[in-house]
Design a protein around this ligand. Structure first.
Ligand code: ZN
Length: 575
């Protein structure tokens, strides 16, 4: 028998050899539901204690320590799992994602696995052919890198579908590519002005709309594409949960819940029917147009959802767009459009007033900021809120953080703001070469996505996927990329994006566990493996500390426990 077979065998050997008798069990009120032993348990407690064994009872951790001391938790009903040295970590927390994106696999055209215009057209053609009678088509996932400077053209869709409206979101979700029918039904012509905070792209020769709508301009066609039903969304969330649990994710922060949509109703129905298999926290979208009256609606909505598995915590504000749309708000002009610094979606005075009002009402604030200018304006607004209301445990969040001034990093610490990063993107990929270098210039492109600087400044840093912008949303891939800042297939030092900003393995793990718990006000109940905390934990096939960093992304989650229940088990391990 080789070592691997031995390991596999020990994994199946679920009944401990030293079981107490039934009488002992009856006298053993401390008997656990599960005892996990012979493991490398990276607890992520304050001292970063490493343990060998852990016991779970009634959803909580009742013991963490040495193998020798765990046997007193073993009763006749206890399931004892010998992990043969495998690694245990707290369950991963994805601090910014869009679980509702999972519905698209059922109801939308997907460009996830295709990267050329003819492939996009093929995907549209096939979907259209297989959905006879559809009144409209939606899709998502085209890449801005294929259409530098301007977005894609309506004619590319018109060639395939010209009788019903078609709307296709870019992979970052910030732009829509529509056909002529959609423009016609929405009444968008060469004379339609771009709305505030958005751009209707126009053909430079004819002046006609090209079919690319950036940011708020996408709202002009929204009414042609009805919202998803509660049932459709529930199906999507359940698909998301299944995928997330297999990646070891036990909590997700839904970064953009729309009060007008059926999303809250879908979460609530799943919770009521006991079908939430992991924990969700969410942020409610706040529009720059609808003023301070939104705050009352948000606080009322927050008060309604206090279940353990679904709660609304924060208000979500988009302060700028994205570099690929030239809509991220920069401190200095773009290189390819020297007269533009991008778009601020809020007037600074309105943002200040909104942040002060949210803060006064105890609402956490979650802001999308890509450009360095956008992050600066957001920090100004947080400082304004603190000045107005006095300091409080606000745990405001800024996410994406593609460009951040060094001075602003220090302000995160001062204001207690959490940095919500997406390490999946820390690499020199197509976006870097085709968009970021030409749009931002070499120097700024090489100063993208700081991470170590945040840690060094003492800022709480969390990690997240922004799923479904990032597919797959496997945290192990992000842990590797946060450490290497390179594409997985290369170790060329020239391909490292901003050397020196590499995070350590401990920092990456913390960003996906205890820091994520903190960002969601749950650090006392989850995020580390300590007695009394909820048993949200995962078993990995390898000890991440013992393998080359370039193999971390290939490691696998083999088991996921959520609140002490087995929520995922790799197929190969199932008896
Ligand atoms: Zn997002």
């Amino acid at each position: 028998m080789n070592a691997a077979q031995l390991l596999a065998l020990s994994f199946y050997c679920t009944i401990c050899s030293s079981l107490p008798s039934a009488a002992q069990q009856r006298q053993n009120p401390s008997a656990a539901d599960f005892v996990l032993r012979n493991a490398y348990i990276y607890t992520v407690d304050q001292k970063r204690t490493v343990a060998e064994a852990l016991a779970i009872r009634n959803g909580r951790i009742v013991f963490v320590g040495h193998n020798d001391n765990v046997s007193r938790f073993v009763g006749t009903e206890t399931q004892v799992i010998d992990l043969g040295g495998r690694m245990i970590l707290p369950g991963f927390i994805d601090s910014h994602c869009h679980p509702s994106g999972a519905y698209k696999q059922f109801y939308e055209i997907s460009f996830n696995s295709v990267r050329t215009v003819p492939e996009y057209q093929k995907a549209i053609r096939e979907y259209y052919a297989s959905h006879a009678g559809a009144k409209y088509l939606k899709g998502r996932g085209w890449s801005n890198t294929l259409f530098p400077k301007t977005g894609p053209d309506k004619k590319l869709i018109d060639e395939i579908v010209n009788d019903i409206p078609v709307s296709l979101s870019s992979e970052d979700g910030h732009s829509k590519w529509v056909n002529s029918k959609a423009l016609e039904l929405a009444g968008i012509t060469k004379n339609t002005p771009s709305p505030e905070g958005g751009v209707i792209e126009l053909d430079p020769i004819t002046g006609e709309p090209t079919g690319t709508l950036r940011e708020s301009a996408a709202g002009l066609v929204a009414k042609l594409f009805p919202d998803y039903s509660i049932d459709e969304l529930m199906k999507g969330y359940e698909a998301y949960q299944q995928m997330a649990l297999a990646f070891g994710i036990t909590m997700a922060h839904d970064a953009d819940i729309d009060l007008e949509s059926n999303e809250i109703a879908a979460y609530k129905m799943l919770e009521k029917e006991n079908r939430l298999a992991m924990r969700f926290r969410g942020s409610l979208y706040v529009s720059p147009k609808d003023g301070l009256k939104q705050v009352a609606a948000i606080t009322a909505e927050r008060a309604k959802h206090k279940g353990p598995h679904f709660q609304i915590l924060a208000a979500k504000i988009y302060i700028d767009g994205v570099v690929e749309g030239s809509t991220a708000y920069l401190k200095e002009p773009y290189k390819h459009v020297p007269n533009s610094r991008g778009e601020l979606l809020w007037k600074p005075e309105d943002l200040n007033a909104m942040c002060a009002e949210l803060d006064k009402n105890g609402v956490q604030i979650h802001v999308h900021a890509i450009g360095d200018g956008a992050t600066g304006v957001t920090l100004d607004a947080f400082a304004h809120a603190t000045k107005q209301n006095g300091p409080r445990d606000s745990r405001n969040l800024i996410t994406h953080l593609q460009l951040v001034s060094p001075d602003d990093i220090l302000r995160f610490k001062k204001l207690g703001v959490i940095a919500v990063t997406q390490p999946y993107w820390f690499m020199k990929d197509d976006y870097y070469y085709n968009i970021q270098v030409p749009y931002l210039g070499q120097e700024r492109a090489d100063a993208e996505y700081p991470m170590e600087s945040f840690f060094k400044a003492g800022v709480k840093v969390t990690s997240s996927s922004d799923y479904s912008v990032t597919i797959p949303c496997d945290p192990l891939v992000a842990i590797q990329t946060g450490m290497t800042r390179s594409r997985p297939e290369t170790v060329d030092p020239k391909e490292v994006l901003w050397p020196g900003e590499n995070a350590t393995l401990d920092q990456m793990i913390a960003s996906f566990t205890i820091n994520g718990a903190y960002a969601n006000f749950l650090e006392k109940s989850t995020g580390s493996l300590e007695v009394g905390k909820l048993a949200d934990l995962i078993v990995l096939d390898k000890n991440l500390f013992n393998i080359p960093v370039t193999d971390i992304g290939k490691a696998r989650v083999v088991m996921t426990f959520f609140e002490g229940k087995e929520a995922f088990k790799e197929k190969s391990l199932k008896p």
